[in-house]
Design a protein around this ligand. Structure first.
Ligand code: XMP
Length: 430
């Protein structure tokens, strides 16, 4: 790592990532580490220019207040503390320092250089990946989502054909999604890409299954089986690439904060498939991952795309999935996305999609009574997906979308707009 670093020690703060972002936004790299880091461990982190002891409400663990090792004070590295009463630093803050105060510490006291940028990050990671992997081979499950796409592009830059990407099409992808993965990674970036069309296999397993959890379980379990079968066909793979990002690690729990949710990217791979992990995005926040994708030359649609659930359209084709309803869902979703792109709503709205419930309603087509599916439009805004508000879409736009969907998707004869917040609803329907 050539870049200067400010280390944040977590003494129970709930705002470690806020401080890390504050410093990274000044162009200086920062990382969060546990409060009980030793001088030896600190020495292994290269270019540490300053340390911040960051206390807070989670400071009591097993009935005792957490403290840093006294030996840290003798390292001769500039230090400040925030909300840490036992601090022996020169400078102590009771609450988060202002940007000006933080700049004074980072630049004037620590003499850090503002050299944290994506160009340097990519150059560093290419070197680190090459060192880690040597002449061995790496396998990556490439869904086409932001994280796996950026990891793939980074690994291709670092080790080229030593990487094999496996793209499993579970038949629940959006329109043209798998085709785009093949175009970008197979054709443009000339990657070793194994494309598996497992549509029939997934849809056969899902036939008649209406329970949402059961559907998720089948999709997740089948994905692992398909991926494992492909992995076993390949020889000499020693590493598994993963799109783990910084929030995944932080949300999985620290020594002071409880786990928010445990993340596993390819989770549950069988133990006899033994790989070492390559996780080059593990220190990046989501917007930094996107910036990294841009730096690597990935198309904007891929880098800035909205979140899409792992089980894909499977959780939006409500109840037991049928092929005709899945097709109606895929087509209506493509029309919605097209119209959002035309009106610029795609840049404004956090997540937007269609849902097709498993019932038919009466309608009139060609002067005759006909039964058709209903298409639900959902468009929500959120910061952390824990709560969400609805986007107030202009009625003219909604009407145009409804007209297009009913004209271009013959099996749909009604379009409704969903206006429920999370909570009491969730973002997805299943
Ligand atoms: P809910 O429906 O729980 O969704 O309000 C919150 C966010 O998570 C996404 N989501 C999923 N993502 N696998 C995923 O990778 C899933 O099974 C899954 N379920 C929901 C959802 O799209 C929304 O962004």
């Amino acid at each position: 790592m050539k870049q200067d670093m400010i280390v944040i020690l977590d003494l129970g703060s709930t705002e470690n990532t806020v401080v890390a972002r504050q410093i990274r936004d000044m162009g200086v790299y920062s990382e969060i580490h546990p409060h009980d880091i030793t001088p030896e461990e600190l020495a292994k982190l290269e270019n540490v220019k300053g340390i911040i002891f960051n206390g807070g409400e989670n400071r009591v663990v097993d009935g005792e207040e957490v403290v840093v090792l006294d030996a840290l004070y003798d390292l001769g590295i500039p230090m400040i503390s925030i909300d840490y009463p036992q601090s022996k630093c020169e400078t102590k803050y009771a609450t988060l320092p202002t940007d000006e105060e933080m700049k004074a510490f980072v630049f004037d006291v620590c003499k850090s250089e503002a050299n944290w940028n994506m160009k340097n990050f990519v150059a560093d990671q290419v070197e680190i990946i090459r060192r880690q992997v040597g002449d061995k081979k790496v396998l990556l499950a490439l869904s086409g989502g932001v994280d796996s796409s950026v990891v793939a592009a980074l690994l291709i830059k670092a080790i080229g054909k030593q990487l094999t990407c496996v793209h499993v099409n579970h038949g629940l992808m959006r329109k043209n999604e798998s085709e785009n993965v093949i175009e970008v990674f197979g054709n443009q970036l000339d990657a070793n890409l194994v494309y598996v069309d497992a549509t029939d296999r997934f849809l056969d397993k899902l036939a008649g299954v209406a329970d949402p959890e059961e559907k998720r379980k089948i999709i997740g379990g089948e994905f692992i089986r398909v991926f494992e079968e492909e992995a076993r066909k390949l020889e000499g793979i020693e590493f598994l690439g993963q799109g783990t990002i910084y929030p995944d690690i932080i949300e999985s729990g620290t020594k002071t904060a409880k786990c928010v949710k445990s993340h596993h990217n390819v989770g549950g791979l069988p133990e006899d498939l033994q790989f070492a992990l390559v996780e080059p995005l593990a220190q990046l926040f989501k917007d930094e991952v996107r910036a990294c994708g841009v730096e690597l030359g990935l198309p904007a649609e891929m880098v800035y795309r909205q979140p899409f659930p792992g089980p894909g359209l499977g959780v939006r084709c409500l109840g037991a999935i049928t092929r005709d309803r899945l097709e109606a869902l895929r087509e209506s979703d493509a029309i919605l996305r097209d119209e959002f792109a035309k009106t610029g709503l795609d840049k404004k709205v956090w997540q937007y999609f269609t849902v097709v419930p498993d019932f038919k309603a009466v309608g009139v087509r060609n002067h005759e009574r006909s039964m058709g599916y209903m298409c639900v439009i959902r468009a929500v805004n959120t910061i952390d997906a824990m709560t969400a508000s609805i986007e107030r879409i202009d009625y003219d736009i909604l009407e145009r979308i409804a007209d297009r969907i009913t004209a271009e998707v013959p099996s749909i004869n009604r379009v409704v707009y969903e206006i429920t917040k999370k909570p009491v609803a969730t973002i997805e329907f299943e």
